[in-house]
Design a binder for this molecule. Structure first.
Ligand SMILES: [Ca+2]
Ligand SMILES: [Ca+2]
Ligand SMILES: [Ca+2]
Length: 328
């Protein structure tokens, strides 16, 4: 009996060690967000791709070439509606309105992964993954700490499948039409990063080769083992879309928190009053998302601003609230 239990435990331990993150679509605790979710208020509006090679060890084969930049814009389209990055390639995306760090995930990245039809457990997927970085100035980018528990003693083959529960904070964790969410809270603070005014999101293919000559590493220093080689024109991460959950343009003080924060008068002539519990900061943006004024006081003088529509962002104990105000 003891022996049986011991064998059972030995069989379970690796699974338990590896499968410690949110599970695949369809399982309790998954963090996948379907493309049709009402959580999304906007989609990427600009995309610049730097293609990587089809095979990082055989540069003579040329660069990945499948798809085009425009296929990463707007709503997800699934399997073929993607731009392929190649080994180590990257895509830098921009948005109509800056992303801010609201409650929970702030945006989600869509790739075109798919379930392995031979797998009855519904946990094994062909996934090509990427690091995700954010910037509030388009120059300084900061990477989400990403962790992989995929063993790296043997290179995964070009068609290998993994369990999404083995990886965290990598884009491409979920199958096509399901976004992988990213919460700006998880990026380390830096004076060069304003998490409440993210203008650029960059997706960087992990390469996936564990050979030290080509390997990339997760935030714990382990090589990222991903299907490799994928020596064809759709090599590497296939970016479908980025969905925005929190942006300045679509955020308003929620109905149920109207007691928590009051911004008045609105329309305002010169002095704007902000009432909030333990007010930490008031920021006034123009409609383009440019920060114009910062204050820590209850009253903010707007007399210098031309008449028009502004966004007032209030940081207080209850959270972050964005209210559209009109100056006239
Ligand atoms: Ca957040
Ligand atoms: Ca690919
Ligand atoms: Ca697409």
């Amino acid at each position: 009996m003891m022996k049986k239990i011991a064998i059972l435990l030995m069989a379970l331990v690796p699974t338990m060690l590896w499968a410690q993150f949110a599970p695949a679509t369809g399982f309790d605790g998954t963090t996948a967000i379907h493309a049709d979710s009402s959580a999304f208020v906007a989609w990427a509006t600009g995309c610049t791709v730097e293609r990587g090679p089809m095979r990082i060890d055989k540069l003579e084969m040329g660069l990945a070439s499948f798809g085009e930049e425009a296929l990463a814009l707007g709503v997800p389209g699934g399997t073929m509606d993607v731009v392929s990055l190649g080994d180590g390639g990257s895509a830098t995306l921009t948005f109509a309105s800056p992303i801010y760090n609201g409650e929970g995930p702030d945006f989600a990245v869509f790739e075109n992964g798919f379930h392995n039809a031979q797998d009855p457990t519904m946990t094994l997927f062909f996934l090509e993954i990427a690091f995700v970085e954010v910037s509030s100035d388009g120059e300084n980018f900061f990477r989400f700490p990403a962790i992989t528990n995929v063993p790296y003693d043997t290179q995964l083959g070009g068609s290998a499948c993994i369990n999404p529960a083995q990886i965290h904070n990598f884009a491409g964790k979920y199958e096509a039409m399901y976004g992988t969410p990213f919460d700006l809270d998880e990026v380390e603070d830096n004076v060069l990063l304003d998490k409440n005014r993210i203008t650029h999101v960059r997706i960087v293919d992990v390469v996936g080769n564990i050979d030290p000559e080509y390997a990339t590493y997760d935030s714990e220093g382990h090589p990222v083992n991903d299907p490799w080689p994928t020596g064809f024109n759709s090599s590497g991460f296939d970016l479908d879309a980025i969905g925005v959950i929190h942006d300045l343009e679509h955020s308003n003080v929620p109905e149920n928190s109207s007691d928590a924060v009051a911004v008045y008068p609105n329309p305002v002539k010169d002095r704007l009053t902000v009432k909030a519990e333990n007010l930490q900061k008031v920021e006034v943006f123009n409609a383009m998302g440019q920060l114009l004024l910062t204050s820590t006081e209850t009253e903010t003088d707007l007399c210098q601003l031309p008449d028009g529509v502004y966004l007032c962002r209030v940081v207080c104990d209850q959270g972050i609230f964005v209210k559209r105000i009109v100056k006239q």
